[in-house]
Design a binder for this molecule. Structure first.
Ligand code: 13P
Length: 251
């Protein structure tokens, strides 16, 4: 298989209920039957309420499940309404998304994200670590500075980075239908990868793109040299569309 895009992460955000499980059937079949899909890493990140049912549903498949956030601290404790990495791992869940801009917008700082990443890794979860600049930062030409700062602060004191995948999601492109110009994305992802390899001492870093990925723009996005896959929000909730996006990356 020539496809270098291996990761297709479905972030369902605050969507989905038990009946949504049926929609996984098509993706399960696709992953099993399509020879190009066999080596792909398809990861579903449903809301907390659906993690256990997803794991049950996907247990005899190669499709993985992730959470969309976790608290730090590895023991039981009082913060009402919180769920930590230990609890997520106890469900046999394998991944967690951290640092998503929708959480940053609610006050999640780089320091909090760093503590969450450490806690997730200690509990043997793989981390999909989101970074991204706002429209204002982009206009002020602060994209590079913002992204490299988010990476350095988010990964502070973390030596073993092999279980951390970076997801570059420009805040202004999430849910907006807009994506960066392809040459900008080439440049930004190259800067991210170089920084990860040279400054952060990552071996073989993985970088995903997220933000309004759909069946149309994937034809452009799939050609970006430094990408290893996509983190897909809205378009991942419909299995036909999700499969279509994946198929368009073959060849
Ligand atoms: P959309 O694909 O809906 O723009 O969402 C992207 C995202 O936030 C994935 O984490």
């Amino acid at each position: 298989m020539t496809n270098k895009l291996r990761y297709f992460v479905a972030n369902w955000k605050m969507f989905g209920h038990l009946n949504s499980l049926n929609s996984l059937n098509k993706v399960i079949k696709f992953k099993k039957k399509n020879k190009n899909a066999k080596n792909l890493k398809i990861i579903y990140c449903p809301p907390f309420t659906l993690i256990h049912p997803f794991i049950q549903k996907l247990k005899n498949t190669t499709i993985k499940t992730g959470a969309q956030n976790c608290s730090f601290g590895s023991n039981y404790g009082p913060p009402t309404g919180s769920i930590n990495a230990m609890m997520i791992k106890s469900l046999k869940c394998e991944y967690v998304i951290l640092g998503h801009s929708e959480k940053r917008a609610k006050g999640e700082t780089d320091n909090i994200i760093n503590r969450k990443i450490i806690s997730a890794l200690q509990n043997n979860l793989k981390v999909i670590f989101c970074i991204g600049e706002t429209f204002g930062q982009r206009k002020k030409k602060l994209t590079k500075k913002t992204l490299l700062s988010q990476i350095s602060k988010g990964l502070k004191k973390i030596k073993n980075k092999k279980n951390i995948i970076i997801a570059y999601e420009p805040v202004w492109s999430i849910g907006s239908g807009m994506i960066p110009k392809i040459e900008d994305l080439e440049n930004t992802t190259r800067i991210i990868k170089l920084f990860l390899s040279n400054k952060m001492k990552y071996k073989n870093p993985k970088v995903l793109y997220g933000g309004s990925v759909n069946q149309k723009n994937v034809n452009l996005l799939k050609n970006i040299t430094n990408l290893d896959g996509f983190l897909i929000g809205g378009a991942s909730q419909n299995s036909n569309i999700f499969i279509d996006i994946i198929k368009k990356t073959f060849n």
